[in-house]
Design a protein around this ligand. Structure first.
Ligand code: BGC
Length: 518
């Protein structure tokens, strides 16, 4: 094992694996998919708060924005404007169904290439947009890219990485999402000063991560798991040797072949997913996605500049504040990387529940007192307090529901349903992301400051769910979940009665999905 180190598969088998340059480069390339997603999340809010952009596409919103008779809370309430943001997630949702097919049949690499091409064409439409349809078509194409990338990239990462660093890589994808969001808000801060085409630059710069992902997909090798799954056994073995930096790959190779055989034997993964014994994982995965979005995080991520300008911040200050919250998001995600396997999932989620609740209630109270329909004279001190509270909220989200919403489903589904489970997870997430994107500005108009009380009520519900129904999965190998987690849990054990079906297949590494995050 000269120069390498051995990693322990979750079956207890020792596989020899070095962290080879090809693994590192592949991961960097693939992770640009996360950057791209984050950039799309973060760019729209800043752009929609720019007057030049509104003048071209949403003149009525621009008029409302500068009119005194309109309620502060309703300035941006416009279905078309919300569609600009939300169409991406709707398209992504639909694309996921095709993506789960292509990742299986064409491979992870080709699926990433398809994503890259969608992204590039979408960026061109957006950057060159002359009218609203062009703008929306561009967003839809970007959404297709997101659907394909978010299915293939996490799979690619978790399959190419040695087992020991797989968990960290899972959160790496989320970290890239947050870096993408931050990068987008920095770009908006700069381009808002370029008149009248700064917004075009904002939308066009998405070409950088899009181009990197496409180039990356051209140069990386496909994962051994994917090659083996498609019957290319010899090629799969050769790739495994290259990426592990050793000729001694027989044990891992055999295991992938076996896992592939077993996964292919499951004829109807979605039907299997609905069986009673798979209920706990399914319910938890679906609820975690819904809860992740009903924290209200994307109200902030999508619309922070719009929100801050609603509160009476000048345009510059709004964009500047979005940069601050973006930076807090990135830094706090690092806290999660460090602590998730130390303090555990439940602890992070419960602590965050308290922190999110308190900050949202504080925001609601300040806005309730200070921002009325007609006057937005939130004094300097109060304005700073609101930004601080938004940061407190974002930081707790970033070390809990952000990464864990993805990590927990990916580590609890058993092998036979993991692939189907991941598709359902991605779909439900994009569906609720769409709902928030489409509804937030209207909700802000109708509920006003109480919108934050609304989200805080959700935080109470989700924290109670965690308290009573979410078992701790820290340090539990995937194939021991049934015995050590579900059969021990006061509530979920009833679904395990008479369960002898959970076959233990050994390592948590399969040809389908594995430790995936989006
Ligand atoms: C969520 C995204 C959100 C991001 C914020 C992700 O985990 O899925 O919807 O925009 O975190 O950092």
């Amino acid at each position: 094992m000269a120069g390498g180190f051995s990693v322990s598969a979750s079956s207890g088998t020792e596989f020899e694996a070095k962290i080879t340059p090809i693994v590192i480069i592949s991961c960097i390339m693939a992770a640009t998919g996360g950057l791209m997603f984050g950039y799309d999340v973060g760019i729209s809010g800043g752009v929609t708060s720019m007057d030049d952009f509104l003048r071209e596409f949403f003149p009525t919103v621009l008029k409302k924005k500068h009119e005194d008779k309109e309620s502060n809370y309703c300035k941006y309430d416009n279905q078309g404007l919300q569609l600009f943001t939300s169409s991406l997630y709707l398209a992504g949702l639909i694309a996921t169904f095709f993506a789960s097919y292509t990742t299986r049949r064409l491979g992870r690499r080709l699926t990433m290439l398809i994503a890259g091409v969608f992204f590039i064409v979408g960026v061109i439409f957006n950057g060159a947009a002359q009218n609203l349809p062009m703008l929306i078509i561009g967003r839809i194409l970007l959404g297709c890219g997101v659907g394909f990338a978010n299915q293939a990239v996490p799979l690619f990462l978790s399959e190419i990485a040695p087992t020991r660093i797989r968990g960290g890589l899972n959160i790496l994808f989320q970290l890239n999402v947050t870096i993408g969001i931050l990068f987008a808000s920095l770009v908006n801060y700069g381009t808002a000063k370029i008149h009248p085409w700064g917004w075009r630059l904002s939308l066009s710069l998405a070409g950088i991560p899009a181009g990197l992902l496409t180039l990356g997909a051209l140069f990386v090798v496909d994962t051994p798991n994917s090659l083996i799954e498609r019957g290319k056994l010899e090629e799969g073995k050769a790739v495994l040797k290259r990426i592990r930096g050793t000729d001694n790959v027989e044990p891992e190779f055999n295991e992938i072949v076996e896992a592939s055989r077993v996964a292919q034997a499951v004829k109807h993964p979605f039907r299997t997913l609905l069986q009673r014994r798979n209920r706990p994982q399914l319910v938890i995965a679906v609820l975690l996605q819904i809860f992740q979005q009903t924290t209200g995080i994307n109200a902030i991520m999508f619309y922070a500049p719009v929100l801050f300008s609603t509160l009476g911040f000048k345009s510059d200050a709004s964009l500047y504040s979005a940069v601050i919250t973006g930076a807090v998001n990135v830094l706090s995600t690092l806290v999660s990387v460090y602590s998730v396997d130390r303090v555990g999932r439940r602890m992070l989620l419960l602590e965050a529940g308290v922190q999110m609740f308190l900050s949202q209630v504080a925001i609601a109270v300040v806005l309730g007192i200070k921002v009325t329909d007609r006057s937005d004279n939130l004094g300097h001190g109060w304005a700073i307090l609101v930004v601080v509270m938004v940061c407190t909220f974002v930081s707790s989200f970033a070390w809990s529901w952000g990464p864990l919403g993805w990590l927990i489903p990916s580590e609890t589904f058993p092998l036979e349903t993991r692939s189907a489970g991941q598709s359902v997870t991605v779909c439900v997430n994009l569906l609720f992301t769409f709902v928030i994107a489409q509804a937030f500005l209207s909700m802000l108009c109708h509920l006003k400051y109480a919108i934050f009380a609304f989200f805080s009520a959700w935080v109470v519900i989700m924290s109670l769910f965690v308290l009573f129904f979410l078992p701790e999965t820290k340090n539990v190998p995937i194939e021991e979940m049934t015995e050590r987690v579900w059969k021990q849990h006061w509530f979920w054990k009833r679904f395990m009665d008479g369960d002898n079906h959970h076959i233990v297949y050994g390592a948590g590494k399969i040809n389908g999905t594995n430790g995936a995050a989006v």
